[in-house]
Ligand binder design. Structure first.
Ligand SMILES: [Zn+2]
Length: 165
């Protein structure tokens, strides 16, 4: 960068672009809009101070962040970057809800298929598993009633005997 081609900042501020111009590496003359918008939102002297306080290797990232934030602030003067962030957060939570609904549907379909499976394959097997299932239900009701009443257990045991004889 010589005196012949000032950087975008010096061109806009109408000053001489020196060899140690702090803006020159980040605001090239072929992109005047970048500095114009950063200057409009943050002010050239503030940007200069910010860059001076940063180590050189972090300045390029800082400038691209400032340019992004300035663009967002011009597009959305009230919320700026926060508008974009909350829009994307909303999108994420909507997609998470859609995903949960889809996973639920998959689960329902899988359960329907599993419950329809035995009757489709083998009726004899199904009868056996029905007996086993009622037996298990009887056992479960015994355990459930154990604490409340001992008579129920006896009744259940009698019913079970008559069922098998
Ligand atoms: Zn300059």
């Amino acid at each position: 960068m010589g005196c012949s081609s000032p950087c975008a900042s010096c061109k806009l501020l109408r000053r001489r672009c020196t060899k140690d111009c702090i803006f020159a590496p980040y605001f090239p003359s072929d992109d005047p809009y970048k500095f114009a918008i950063v200057h409009k939102v943050f002010g050239a002297s503030n940007v200069s101070k910010m860059l001076q306080e940063l180590p050189v290797h972090q300045r390029a990232d800082a400038v691209s962040s400032l340019a992004y934030e300035a663009n967002a602030r011009v597009r959305d003067p009230v919320y700026g970057c926060v508008g974009a962030i909350s829009f994307l957060q909303n999108q994420v939570s909507q997609l998470q809800m859609q995903l949960a609904v889809a996973q639920n549907e998959i689960l329902c379909i899988q359960m329907q298929q599993e419950s329809a499976w035995p009757t489709l394959i083998d009726h004899q097997q199904d009868d056996k598993s029905f007996l086993l299932a009622t037996n298990n239900l009887d056992n479960i009701s015994q355990y459930l009633n154990f604490a409340s009443s001992s008579n129920v257990i006896q009744d259940a045991a009698l019913k079970r005997e008559s069922f098998w004889t």
